[in-house]
Design a protein around this ligand. Structure first.
Ligand SMILES: [Zn+2]
Length: 339
């Protein structure tokens, strides 16, 4: 297995998290990566820094106005009036055509919720998180059977033109898009606690990338506005999007049953490459968990991915219980490394 991470990914240090009517302690913290890196080291994994492949593969997925906003917003915000906060965070949300005539107007359009503040190091961290995904994908393209991108900030909620759910750039979608010339049929299986509405949106009308998501019922749970069974894809992509929401409070057995069903759907698609967007937030002690998966459950899940017969690219998504991240990383990857 080859693993990738860039230290600049830790430069995103969010200070705000508006959720369910409260300002809460941010959960998507730079400390997350330290626990995962330590576990990889214990597994004997050498973690490589990604090369810089520039903006082109990122700009294939995200709109130019959104990228300009992400790159410049904090600089422009701090040049503004003294009583503005230290991070860019919108209290106005707009999905209608927006005039985008001011920085606050752009924030209203490009920040989809209250969990994606933009601080001084956010752009740099998101940029290198995407480069980490690309480097892991490139290792697969060069013949590696198993590669891991320790992507942080995570990506699966990032839409082509909006940040949301702790995500800024859609790492998995960027990697998948860059790999389509070499792997004409790509399946993305997303077992993170939350539905990855960004990945869904990017590939919704495509038949070359099959997106399957197993997640908590999105009624009153992020991302709320998507993740339902009847979202099946559109146009050429009709049938190439599969959402499998789980009732809140589901057991590990129920979760693994859904993963088995998702893997059956993946094998019927017969992909050339499987991308797994790994979220540790399904862990029973995670502040975001609506199912109860134990640490051993990550080993059991990994067994399901080990014999898919295709190369496997693992992209890190959520997981916010710091104490369990190391053990869950060990359980998941030691199982894959043994197989
Ligand atoms: Zn999640």
């Amino acid at each position: 297995m080859r693993s990738f991470f860039h230290p600049f990914q830790d430069r995103h240090v969010p200070k705000s998290y508006l959720n369910r009517g409260k300002m809460r302690q941010p959960q998507e913290l730079p400390e997350r990566t330290g626990y995962i890196l330590e576990a990889l080291e214990e597994l004997g994994q050498e973690v490589e820094e990604p090369k810089d492949r520039g903006m082109a593969p990122i700009a294939k997925v995200h709109h130019p106005g959104y990228l300009r906003f992400l790159e410049s917003a904090h600089r422009r915000w701090t040049a503004g009036p003294d009583d503005w906060g230290e991070e860019v965070i919108s209290n106005i949300y707009s999905r209608s055509p927006s005039p985008l005539r001011s920085l606050i107007g752009e924030a209203a359009f490009y920040q989809a919720d209250g969990s994606c503040p933009i601080g001084e190091g956010t752009w740099e961290a998101a940029y290198w998180s995407a480069q980490t995904a690309l480097a892991a994908g490139d290792a697969i393209r060069r013949g590696e059977r198993l590669a891991y991108g320790l992507c942080r900030p995570p990506g699966h909620h990032a839409r082509p033109d909006a940040a949301g759910g702790f995500c800024y750039l859609n790492n998995a979608a960027i990697a998948a898009e860059a790999l389509t010339p070499d792997f004409p049929r790509i399946a993305i299986l997303d077992p993170d606690m939350h539905h990855g509405q960004g990945i869904q949106e990017v590939f919704y009308e495509r038949d070359d990338v099959f997106y399957v998501s197993v997640h908590g019922d999105p009624g009153n749970f992020y991302p709320v506005v998507s993740g339902y069974e009847d979202e099946r894809g559109a146009g050429a992509g009709h049938g190439y999007n599969l959402n499998m929401p789980m009732p809140h409070g589901s057991s590990e057995e129920y979760f693994l049953g859904r993963i088995d069903e998702a893997m059956r759907a993946v094998s019927l698609f017969a992909p050339d490459l499987l991308i797994v967007t790994l979220g540790f937030d399904i862990y029973e002690g995670d502040p975001q968990a609506k199912v109860s998966v134990s640490s051993k459950g990550f080993a059991r899940m990994a067994e399901r991915f080990a014999d898919s017969g295709t190369p496997l690219l693992v992209i890190q998504e959520g997981g916010y219980d710091l104490e369990s991240l190391g053990e869950n990383t060990r359980q998941f990857f030691s199982t894959l490394l043994r197989s």
